[in-house]
Design a binder for this molecule. Structure first.
Ligand code: KG4
Ligand code: ZN
Length: 347
């Protein structure tokens, strides 16, 4: 019997629905919520309302593009955690209604595990065990994946996530939210060695980005003074802006280069310690062109097999929820209707 799964993702500001049949993605529809741009960040209440408006049309298109109807579904999967609670509840309640009305199993999926499993959507796929650098707006983790449903976090950020480092840098530079893709864009035209930002000294496989954020703030407030830690500001707002306008590509390239080196140095350490050479990236920041190039080059130097999901499977999407749901279906890992959405979730 073939297995057709409808999946819903609504953890933050993308409303997404996907259909997968026997582990093959047939459709993946993503409605991005533009409303948050004017506020410089995601407004939780507005995200929930936008999910409410988007969810039915997004599911309709996903089913239509997959060439199937509700009656063809064998299960419904949804993002249960982590994320914005109001946003998660919209997808969760929708999934429960579908499960109840069609009398099909409900599958609760962990958003971060699904990001990792995005690497198993298309060929070539990593072999188990593999390492995954999962970098998003809220998380930065090195995950050791033994099998689709058996993974553990072996390193993580102790403060900001890599995506936050990108977004906060963009905000300091006066770029609109979400700034990560814009930093990426300007970095392409800049010199990554123009400015040297400090590398944090954190033990083990954990990360830290808050010191970098502070050093960028002081650096900008001093209009590029070589002493990036100097706190007493030497320039006024106008001079600060002029410095940014004159050097935007170099600043973006230098910050991006430091974020990438922080990430990849720890990934290299994890590979050395575990002896694992199948290495993946996942999450919104894995869409970063500099990171994609740098991990490919590091892979060549270290004899790694590097896997990078295509762009639409890096940022939030329901295809990754569908593939995670498929693996859970195969193991009969179903939830009952009492399962609740949660903003935070350990694993
Ligand atoms: O995985 P994701 O879509 O949502 C979360 O689960 O958080 O990740 C969103 C994050 C944001 O911080 C965004 O700025 C960042 O991914 N991002 C990027 C790029 N595209 C998205 N950061 C750097 N370069 C990019 N091209
Ligand atoms: Zn995500």
């Amino acid at each position: 019997m073939s297995i057709t799964i409808l999946a819903i993702e609504s953890s933050c500001d993308e409303t997404s629905a996907a259909v997968c049949k026997d582990g093959v993605i047939l459709s993946n529809i993503i409605a991005s919520q533009k409303i948050h741009e004017q506020y410089g960040g995601v407004v939780p209440e507005l995200a929930s309302r936008a999910h409410m408006q988007n969810i039915v049309p997004v599911v309709d298109v996903a089913l239509k593009n997959a060439g199937c109807s509700l009656q063809d579904l064998n299960a419904i999967a949804f993002t249960q955690a982590p994320g914005l609670i109001g946003a998660l509840l919209v997808g969760g309640q929708f999934a429960k209604s579908v499960s109840l009305s069609l009398n099909i199993p409900l599958i609760a999926v962990h958003h971060m595990q699904a990001h990792v499993l995005a690497n198993l959507i298309e060929d070539p796929k990593p072999s188990f065990p593999f390492l995954c650098l999962t970098v998003s707006g809220g998380h930065t983790q090195i995950v050791l994946c033994e099998s689709p449903l058996n993974m553990k976090v072996i390193g993580q950020t102790i403060d900001d996530a890599a995506g936050e480092a990108f977004d906060k840098t963009a905000k300091m530079l006066g770029l609109p939210y979400p700034g990560g893709p814009l930093v990426d864009k300007y970095a392409k035209e800049g010199n990554p060695d123009a400015y040297k930002f400090p590398e944090p000294q954190i033990q083990g496989l954990d990360f830290s980005f808050s010191g970098l954020k502070t050093s960028i703030l002081y650096f900008l407030n001093n209009a590029g003074s070589s002493n990036v830690y100097k706190e007493n500001f030497s320039v006024n707002a106008e001079e600060r802006q002029q410095f940014i306008d004159d050097h935007l590509p170099d600043i973006c390239a230098s910050v991006q280069s430091r974020i990438i080196s922080i990430l990849l140095n720890k990934l290299q350490k994890a590979s050395k310690e575990t002896g694992i050479k199948d290495v993946c990236i996942a999450g919104g920041v894995s869409a970063n062109s500099g990171l994609r190039t740098a991990i490919t080059e590091m892979g060549k130097r270290n004899n790694w097999n590097v896997y990078i999901p295509k762009f639409e499977y890096c940022t939030d999407n329901a295809a990754m929820i569908a593939i995670a749901g498929y693996f859970k279906y195969l193991e009969n890992e179903f939830s009952d209707l009492s399962v609740s959405s949660t903003a935070r979730a350990e694993w």
